[in-house]
Design a protein around this ligand. Sequence first.
Ligand code: NAD
Length: 318
Amino acid sequence: MILVTGGAGYIGSVCAEQLLARGYEVCVFDNLSRGHREAVPPGAAFIEGDLEDRAAVSDVFRSRPIRAVMHFAAYALVGESMEKPNLYFRKNFGNALNLLEATIEAGVDRFVFSSTCAIFGDQVAPPIEEDAPKAPVNPYGESKLAFEKALEWSRRSHGLNYFALRYFNACGATNERGERHEPETHLIPLVLRAAAGLSDGIHVFGDDYPTPDGTCIRDYVHVLDLADAHIRALEAPGEKSGCYNVGVGRGDSVREVIEAVRKATGKDFPVIVVPRRPGDPPELVAANAKIRRELAWEPQHDIHSAVSSAWEFFQREQ
Ligand SMILES: NC(=O)c1ccc[n+]([C@@H]2O[C@H](COP(=O)([O-])OP(=O)(O)OC[C@H]3O[C@@H](n4cnc5c(N)ncnc54)[C@H](O)[C@@H]3O)[C@@H](O)[C@H]2O)c1
């Protein structure tokens, strides 16, 4: 049985769904603070619990035959992390340590962690290699980087096999599950809201960046490709550990995403250019040779299939 923390959230629920589809038993542990009970796939066991509760976390390992952990549960709002840095260290580092200690105590030796490209900061030239300098520009990225280090020390001291998967921009949906953050800060769902007429338009934060169309470029990776990366990490044979970028290796600008949404939805909507936000690098694109080579991961989706699937999910949810 695979323990999936944060399995009521966006990426965790899709991974739980895909694990079940491949015949795994799944136990979701989530406090529903930022997720949705109905996102937990019906075939998964569900424990409503908080990672802050160390005893409750240990109980999970005592009461279920857990053989690997996928840890998605976290707070992931960059702006909130700037306002409340210690909340992020508590949630993303302290809580994760509770889980890590309980994992090691239970003798479970495979741990897959949702890391992020935010560990790199804003001074790295694309495409970003795994060993590029790490200089997070917000407490969110710093808290994730700190936990990567705890994982590496657990490997050295306890023989833990860990995979820190550094997602770039997750996007897209399956037939049943997709992105429903509240508040929503991610570009694609915000553009879809604009397309549906639920907002006054899409705000573009700066169009004077040194990129071909002046807007920021990001690497959008479909949530199904992310789930596939997790399952490959889970199934990788032997003693294996490491940090992997998970991105498609090409970038799309904000304007390109807006065009993809116009094409997928057939709708037009206002685009409102506003000043740059501090800390937004012009371009974040993954170098992904390592995960391709070591886990034979190959992304199957592009921005157009991601946007179309997100639009279908969005319409079903209205
Ligand atoms: N969405 C992205 O583009 C992206 C990019 C890089 C990394 N990540 C990372 O991927 C992971 C999942 O992201 P998401 O977009 O699915 O987030 P999400 O907010 O949709 O899901 C997180 C889930 O964790 C749960 N949770 C939070 N704190 C908890 C706690 N103390 N105990 C138990 N459950 C708790 C929430 O209720 C929620 O269901 C996060 O760790 C995030 O940092 C996401």
